[in-house]
Design a protein around this ligand. Sequence first.
Ligand code: ZN
Length: 311
Amino acid sequence: MENRILGLHHITAIAGNANRNHDFYTKVLGLRLVKKTVNFDDPGTYHFYFGDEAGSPGTILTFFHWEGIQKGKTGAGMATNIGYSVPAGSLDFWTDRFKRFNVQHEELNERFGQKYLSFQDPDGLKFDLIEGLNDNRKGWETSEVTADTATKGFHDVTLTVRKLDRTANILVDLFGYKAVQQEGNRHRFITDAVDNASIVDIIEAPQLEFGINAAGTNHHVAFRVKNDDVLMEFRGKIASKGLNITPKIDRDYFFSLYFREPNGILFELATDNPGFTRDEPLSELGKSLKLPAQYEGQRKEIEESLPVLQD
Ligand code: ZN
C-alpha cells in the first residue's frame, strides 16, 4: 500500500496580488496559511501554502504571486477546477458568505449525486465546494468558519484535455487510479489507496483552445507519495514510458519530481516528508517568512523586495 500514489498532495496556482490572495484564502475561505516563503526559482516573489492545521497532504493549495501579471485563460492542457470537500449541510452558509464578500459564484448544482457550489477566487481561479460523504478530516477553524462549515481539504481536481486516453493512461497504468463514472464529457477516476483527495476528473474537449498559464490558472498538480524511495521508484516507471522527468528536487517541505503528462499538464510527485514543521513549530506555522538555505544570506534584500502583508 505504501508504495502507491496516495491521491493529491498539493495544487499550485498563480495569483496577481499577494495581499488580495492572502485575504481571500485566510479570511473568506478560512484556510490556514501554513507556510510563507518565496518561490525557490524566483526569490523576489512569495510562495504561500494554505491548508489544514498542519498542511496535511491533500489539503495544500499553494500560490506563486507575480504582482501585476496578466490574467490567464483556462483551456485545454491544464487543471481547470479544484474541488474542496465541505461538511454536509454547509452549502447554504457558503452561498450566504460568498454573497456577503462579493465572491463570484453559481447556484447550487449536483454532479455524480453530490451537491456542489461553484465559485471563483479574486483572480478567477475556479473551485467547487462539494458536500462530501464520509470525510473525517478536520478542517481548520476560524472565528467565522467553524467545524460544521470548514473545508476539509481536496475532494478532487479537474483536468481538461484534448485527448482523454493520454492522461487517463498515466492515471490508470502508472498511478493506480480506476475509471469509475462518466457524466457527459467528464470522466471520473479514483484511487483506493487513500480515503480522501482521491478523485481526478478528466474533461475531454477535443476542440478546446489551449489555456494560457497566468493569473487565475493552475500551474501544476502534485500527487502524493510516502517517501523518497517511492518517489524514485516512480521516477523509473515514468521515465520508462519515454516521458521527460526531472531529477529529485528538494523543496524543503517535501521532495519532488516534475514531468509533463502527454496532454501538456505539469504533474509533480511530492513526498510526505519532511513536512511543514521542518523549520517552525505547528503553532507558529506561516507566521514568519521562511527562506531556503541558499537565500538566507540575502534575507534583508528579499524582505525589502516583497510586498508587505496587511493583517
Ligand atoms: Zn508543487
